[in-house]
Design a binder for this molecule. Structure first.
Ligand SMILES: Nc1nc2c(ncn2[C@@H]2O[C@H](COP(=O)(O)OP(=O)(O)OP(=O)(O)O)[C@@H](O)[C@H]2O)c(=O)[nH]1
Ligand SMILES: [Mg+2]
Ligand SMILES: [Zn+2]
Length: 342
């Protein structure tokens, strides 16, 4: 006779509740957010702050886009428990926005880097490695197309010579004039990390930029507990690898999320009409109403207010030239179109 024998009449009820519990596990749908995706498994952060490894139930088709990944970091999903530890993703809530790149080999397919983003932080370094200005404009066009505000972070300020500083000031002037906020940082000297912390607080922010510009290093400084892997630029160049290998979202202690991504080399514009591209250059968009022709593409048309602004030094030549490069982008031959991680 067990010491608690007096309660044996409760056993059928206990078993009944246990069974009911398991039954409910299958039936009740919960809401969570995808914070990591590794092949066929997804980490879902539930409303209680727990991480539940989940698989996908069936196939998802996303209206309008053919993507290589059906579920992306940042997605809000409905899921149910398939057993005590693992869940099944049943549905994806409509995405507020998303940022995509063309997939490496399948030119018609895209890869969703992340979704439901409040802001993008484009990390740029003028040195070690230098970020081409064409890449900055291409990224900004994509973010504008999805209505994602972008803060441009010039990192590795400690490496700049006096001459480099002049170039930096020129870039800051160009992008501020186009309506973007910019921030100078040095992870090495702890410069403006407090400002970066303020900028990311209570927001879902996506960090993007070339490999080695310091994305993971900056996140580690903003949120010290994370200890993300980082690597010397010379080390990964010799190995031809980037350090962060897939996008992952981290909850911040003071609210909000930060998404670290692998460095991208090219950034293909997806499904954009030639005539539409100017709308994603705020500094060109502002002038287009003053052109003689309403359908002016600002190439060789007479009475073009955009070209006049370039001649008068009101619009930067680099922004204009990058715009012209984008509208004349040859889908098959452009190096950017191949969009290789690097
Ligand atoms: N001098 C200097 N070095 C920096 C700074 N920020 C980062 N680094 C160094 O740059 C190297 C690359 O930094 P990571 O944070 O790994 O770069 P990443 O952008 O995350 O690279 P991927 O994950 O490959 O995309 C590391 O050795 C960092 O210590 C900085 O402000 N100044
Ligand atoms: Mg990294
Ligand atoms: Zn024009």
């Amino acid at each position: 006779m067990p010491p608690s024998g007096g309660f044996h009449y409760l056993y059928p009820f206990v078993i009944h509740f246990l069974l009911l519990g398991c039954y409910n596990l299958h039936l009740s749908s919960m809401t969570g957010r995808i914070i990591k995706s590794t092949g066929s498994w997804y980490d879902v952060l539930n409303e209680a702050g727990e991480i539940i490894p989940c698989r996908i139930k069936g196939k998802f088709r996303i209206k309008g886009i053919k993507s290589t990944n059906p579920v992306a970091v940042g997605d809000v999903v409905q899921f149910s428990m398939e057993n005590e530890t693992n869940g099944l993703i049943e549905d994806i809530q409509d995405r507020k926005n998303y940022i995509i790149r063309r997939s490496v080999n399948l030119s018609k397919q895209v890869h969703i880097i992340a979704s439901n983003i409040d802001q993008a932080l484009l990390v740029v370094s003028l040195k070690s490695p230098p970020t081409p200005i064409g890449f900055i404009d291409r990224f900004l066009v994509s973010a504008e197309a999805y209505d994602i505000p972008t803060l441009i972070i010039f990192n590795k300020i400690d490496l700049l010579s006096e001459e480099d500083h002049q170039e930096l000031e020129e870039l800051e002037r160009i992008y501020r004039k186009a309506g973007y906020s910019t921030l100078r940082t040095s992870a090495k000297q702890n410069l403006n990390i407090d400002k970066l912390q303020t900028a990311i607080s209570s927001q879902t922010s996506l960090l993007s930029g070339h490999s080695g510009v310091g994305k993971s290093t900056l996140i580690n400084l903003c949120e010290p507990g994370l200890e993300l892997k980082t690597q010397e630029v010379s080390d990964f160049h010799s190995k031809g690898q980037h350090t962060t290998t897939f996008a992952e979202m981290y909850p911040l202690q003071n609210g909000g999320f930060i998404i670290d991504t692998p460095g991208i080399k090219g950034f293909g514009l997806v499904d954009m009409d030639r005539a539409e591209i100017q709308d994603y250059f705020p500094d060109i968009f502002e002038l287009k109403g003053q052109c003689k022709f309403h359908n002016c593409l600002h190439e060789k048309e007479p009475g073009c207010a955009v070209k006049k602004a370039v001649e008068e030094g009101e619009l930067s030549e680099s922004r204009y030239n990058n715009y012209i490069n984008l509208i004349n982008d040859d889908e098959d031959n452009s190096p950017y179109r191949k969009d290789i991680y690097g």
